[in-house]
Ligand binder design. Structure first.
Ligand SMILES: Nc1ncnc2c1ncn2[C@@H]1O[C@H](COP(=O)(O)OP(=O)(O)O)[C@@H](O)[C@H]1O
Ligand SMILES: [Mg+2]
Length: 150
């Protein structure tokens, strides 16, 4: 699958920065011409992963999280990296969305075609693939790709 576009950004690990990451994701995906429904889902996912990176990553080895957005052929991939090596536990299928707490990754699981985590030299990356809505794929995608990789 040819990668068409990538955007990388970094943020201090502070709750207020979750909003910055969401806004940045929205701007980037809009610039890329991603349609509203895909954009909303991807921005939501970015916000949840960023929020987790700020809330749950406990380490003295770095105080930043990074977000990478990739526009691929049929998905937007959202990656959020933090310096804590602890990988999140798998979400149990059929878990209760109404339960208190622990809903973020459940919602990510529902919005993403797949998601997972991968260890890095320092910390880990949690990624999620948000499918391009039918209307966002196809002809639009060829136009987006015509501009080439960036
Ligand atoms: N970036 C992360 N680093 C370490 N642990 C994480 C991270 N993201 C999620 N987790 C773990 O997975 C659990 C579930 O995450 P989530 O569904 O977002 O619920 P919540 O954030 O409300 O606890 C968290 O409580 C935490 O234990
Ligand atoms: Mg969460």
């Amino acid at each position: 699958m040819a990668e068409s576009k990538t955007d990388r950004s970094r943020y201090p690990s502070h709750p207020a920065q979750v909003r910055s990451a969401r806004h940045h994701a929205e701007q980037v995906l809009r610039d890329w011409g991603v349609g509203d429904s895909t954009m909303d889902a991807a921005v939501y996912v970015a916000g949840e992963l960023a929020s987790n990176a700020v809330r749950h990553a406990r380490t003295s080895q770095g105080r930043e999280f990074g977000m990478t957005l990739r526009l691929l052929e049929s998905i937007v991939r959202v990656e959020v990296r933090d310096p804590d090596p602890t990988l999140p536990a798998a979400v149990a299928p059929g878990e209760d969305l109404e339960a208190d707490g622990g809903r973020g990754l459940l919602i990510v699981e529902r919005l993403a075609s797949s998601w997972g985590s991968a260890p890095e030299v320092l910390g880990k990356t949690i990624w999620a693939d948000v499918p391009l809505a039918f209307a966002d794929a196809g002809a639009d995608y060829s136009a987006l790709c015509a501009e080439g990789a960036s």
